[in-house]
Design a protein around this ligand. Structure first.
Ligand code: ATP
Ligand code: MG
Length: 332
């Protein structure tokens, strides 16, 4: 069953002198039990899309159009209170930099206990037991629930935020860059923890990260955003093994670990698009090796690729696919 269904979501931010088109007609769905990755370079609109789902956009942010259905309920039509209930009861959110936003003057256990007791009528003793259980589930020592955030390392603090997100048995967990800012080994352990949790409780996950290597390891499906547009989406296997979009290829080269090659990362030359105008050309045109007049003239629609669980927005899907094959085997 489909849990989250986002259709044509468009979000802008207004500042004193301009409008930022942060998310431009994004659609994707997350089915029950699926780990879904949302990837893309910094500024591509990942957090904005998540915040729109959660009803937590900054004050200057507006959902201009589109629908966001969670279990067939249109979230944008709910009152703020109703929305907050859904958020706490069914969708858990681990915001970007969550581990730095824990309350420094309250013990970690007390923060989780407070979240539980706000939404569940349980005794303090029961809530404490639950906190111990959650600590264990995320790989923390349950005897440390009375420790303060500063007594934990960064990786452990991130585990605390994951424990907090699991407190009310959510159906969907939205985690924004849960591994960023941690060293590589700790990142791996957090990824393992997420996978472990996924196996034991059958929630779905929306994992936001710029690191497609993390998505390759943890997710079933993904969307790649650029300039607030979906450039490519579908099954992780299909998209990351056979990318059909020049942007996906560029991202793959910046994370060689996806292919397990020893090549050095090569980041995509150029800089992100200007978001102050609604896209009138392909958002990737300035950085794309295949760009033609057609790409200047309009942004391509997202279209299904035949016989694959894969969709791509590119005027030159065929050429891009050919280039990928040539790169793999220049003889053919
Ligand atoms: P990152 O990987 O750096 O977290 P992101 O993909 O999450 O990036 P967003 O934070 O969604 O990107 O930002 C999308 C665009 O919207 C960026 O250009 C950003 O500068 C802009 N933006 C985000 N929040 C606001 C705001 N409150 N006011 C104005 N512009 C904003
Ligand atoms: Mg972000």
């Amino acid at each position: 069953m489909t849990l989250l269904d986002i259709t044509d979501l468009t979000v802008t931010y207004s500042t004193d002198d301009e409008t930022i088109h942060a998310v431009n007609g994004v659609s994707f769905t997350i089915d029950e039990g699926v780990n879904y990755g949302l990837a893309g370079e910094s500024g591509s609109g990942k957090s904005t899309a998540a915040e729109a789902v959660l009803g937590l956009l900054a004050d200057n942010g507006t959902v201009e159009s589109g629908t966001i259905e969670f279990k067939r309920t249109e979230l944008t039509a709910l009152s703020t209170e109703q929305r907050r209930d859904v958020l706490w009861e069914e969708i858990a959110y681990i915001p970007q930099s969550a581990m730095d936003s824990l309350d420094p003057v309250m013990t970690t256990g007390a923060q989780i206990k407070q979240a539980i007791q706000k939404h569940r009528n349980v005794s303090t003793a029961k809530a404490r037991d639950r906190v111990r259980e959650l600590f264990e589930r995320v790989g923390l020592d349950p005897n440390r629930i009375d420790d303060y955030p500063h007594e934990f390392s960064g990786g452990m603090r991130q585990r605390v935020t994951i424990a907090m997100a699991l407190a009310l048995d959510p159906e969907l967990i939205i985690a924004d860059e849960p591994t960023t800012g941690l060293d590589v080994i700790v990142q791996d352990r957090i990824v393992d923890t997420i996978l472990d949790i996924q196996e034991r409780i059958d929630s779905s996950l929306l994992l936001i990260t710029h690191d497609i290597g993390v998505i390759a390891e943890t997710c079933d499906e993904l969307s790649l955003l650029y300039g607030g547009k979906v450039m490519e989406q579908g099954s992780v296997e299909s998209v990351l093994i056979n990318p059909s979009n020049p942007y996906t290829m560029g991202l793959k080269n910046s994370f060689p670990s996806v292919d397990d090659t020893d090549e050095n990362p090569v980041s995509i030359p150029g800089s992100p698009p200007n978001l102050t105008e609604e896209p009138s050309s392909c958002v990737f045109v300035d950085r794309c090796p295949f760009a033609t007049e057609e790409c200047e003239a309009s942004h391509p629609d997202v279209v299904d690729l035949p016989n694959r669980n894969q969709r791509s927005a590119c005027h030159h899907v065929q050429q891009a696919a050919r280039m990928r094959r040539d790169a793999v085997d220049p003889a053919t």
